[in-house]
Ligand binder design. Sequence first.
Ligand code: NAP
Length: 209
Amino acid sequence: MTSEFPRRVALVTGANRGIGLEVCRQLGARGWRVFLGARDTEKGDAAARSLVCDVSAAALDVDDPDAPFRLAAAIGPVDVLINNAGVHYDTWETALGADWRIVREAFETNLFGAWRMAQAFAPEMRARGWGRIVNVSSGAGSLASMGAGTPAYPTSKAALNALTRVLAGELSGTGVLVNAVCPGWVATDMGGAGGRPSRGGRGERAVGG
Ligand code: NAP
């Protein structure tokens, strides 16, 4: 099959379940080559087998400082990086009483994980003159609407939004665009049963450049 567009290669982090898995399914259905990132290789393999498209599981714990760089060396350049892995919607916490372990883990995954992934994959995008980095953020990270409670999650997502703008600025004019999105409330392990089903949803653009 010929196409006026080159066949894109995408990497989605935290994609063995929830929104990440659905993103892989939808990109695969568009004919893209998809790498499905998962920190548990058995879960990643099982998730990849559940999809009917050109998808490969990729072992990836974004908290591991070396893992993004090892993966980049193993799979080569990708056109689109979707930083989806996320943790700790800590509704049970207050800022004054927050458990530092939870706060640190939230920042490690939600901010530093995405940051490391950009460091590992953006240089090749820039060298090739095309790339897209999508940071899966949350409306909870909006400074304009932020209030009391759930301290680790929104502060880490606000920081992810800030990183998005800084990266977008650094890569401006190179053909590499960096954006953040909020998927809305989605029924996943994180979102709980009240959200929209993860299959077939449409994301909305939140911040970025
Ligand atoms: P989820 O069902 O809890 O799935 C989270 C995924 O991230 C899992 O695959 C998990 O892997 C993975 N993950 C966690 N830590 C990781 C790490 N260190 N390295 C690699 N993967 C890791 O969450 P979701 O609802 O699909 O959320 C996906 C993204 O959307 C998150 O960034 C979240 O903040 C954002 N979001 C969700 C909602 C919502 O309503 N659901 C709303 C706004 C934003 P394991 O299976 O190994 O734990």
